[in-house]
Design a protein around this ligand. Structure first.
Ligand code: F6P
Length: 319
């Protein structure tokens, strides 16, 4: 192959730029021409596609977000929309594409591969919700952001005998909440796996206050589970702590990627180019037990999440 494209799709994540840089540099150094496809699949359909050079990717390894922009395009599941996208690629002689995004983006990559454009997926999301990989690009940076915020909340909660209820992202995957729970020494973690038993949590908080005599409490809750502001009011009414809710929101998606995410993105970008140069498509890159590997996207999309290292037991044993 001679020309490849690269796009970022879905919610952005710190480290996407490092992946763009790696794909571009490894591609150029392997004699390929590399094209940036802007705003995800939307830019592919609209033909917003431009060559990437060493200059255009200069100094981006340290930057959060994605220089290519990102978007969600549900219409990409329609074959007519994908056919339009493929015409745009063919017009420019682009034979293969690296897609950085979450599982929705992987589905588009698989469909394009079936239609003759080899695609390789890289896991770019803070959620760590792609089950075939131990880590997604951006997860560790988001975790650092959360840990930093919760450490600060701990200080002020301690001064005021408060319970801090912190809502974190994750899109129905509890990894950010659970990992932050262990790393911050939270008292309670609520995810879609643990379920939300409000009465039980209020009882446990009363116990922390009256029996264990704790000066503050920290509860970390995954998004989309409950209204944390309402819950904070119930904490104030039903326990000895006054409750305060903090929704960390999109802060978790920004910031300079941590070294781990830069490394992961660079190694995965290299692997993606190597696969495409071997004529392979329809695969996604993963890290498993410290090795960069790849899986067919079909298989990756249905891998059970038990394959992730369970931290739930450790959290319980640290309580
Ligand atoms: O997938 C990344 C993510 O940040 C999720 O954690 C969150 O549920 C969602 O995206 C938020 O989407 P948006 O940026 O469109 O509000």
């Amino acid at each position: 192959i001679k020309r490849i494209g690269i796009l970022t799709s879905g919610g952005d994540s710190p480290g996407m730029n490092a992946a763009i840089r790696a794909v571009t540099k490894v591609g150029l150094n392997s004699g390929l021409e590399v094209f940036g496809i802007y705003n995800g699949y939307k830019g592919m359909v609209e033909g917003y596609i431009e060559p990437l050079t060493r200059e255009s990717i200069g100094e981006i390894v340290t930057r959060g977000g994605t220089i290519l922009g990102s978007a969600r395009l549900p219409e990409f599941k329609d074959i007519e929309v994908r056919e339009k996208a493929i015409r745009q690629l063919r017009k420019r002689g682009i034979e293969a594409v690296v897609v950085i995004g979450g599982d929705g983006s992987y589905r588009g990559a698989l469909e394009l591969t079936h239609m003759g454009i080899n695609c390789i997926g890289l896991p770019g999301t803070i959620d760590n919700d792609i089950t075939c990989t131990d880590y997604t690009i951006g997860f560790q940076t988001a975790l650092e952001t959360i840990v930093d915020a919760v450490d600060k909340l701990r200080d002020t909660s301690n001064s005021h005998h408060r319970c801090s209820i912190v809502e974190v992202m994750g899109n129905r995957c509890g990894d950010l909440a659970l990992w932050a729970g262990v790393a911050c020494g939270a008292d309670i973690v609520v995810t879609s796996d643990t379920g939300f038993d409000e009465q039980d949590i209020l009882d446990r908080l009363r116990d922390l206050d009256m029996i264990k005599k704790k000066k503050h409490a920290i509860v970390i809750i995954s998004e989309k589970i409950t209204d944390v502001h309402q819950f904070a009011k119930k904490v104030t009414l039903n326990t000895g702590f006054s409750g305060r809710a903090t929704v960390l929101g999109h802060i978790q998606r920004g910031g300079s990627p941590c070294p781990f995410d830069r490394m992961l993105a660079s190694q995965m970008g290299e692997k993606a180019v190597d696969l495409l140069m071997q004529g392979i498509g329809g695969q996604c890159v993963a890290i498993r037990q410290n090795k960069i590997v790849s899986y067919p996207i079909e298989k990756a999309l249905v891998m059970p999440s038990e394959s992730k290292k369970p931290l739930t037991n450790l959290f319980e044993r640290l309580s």
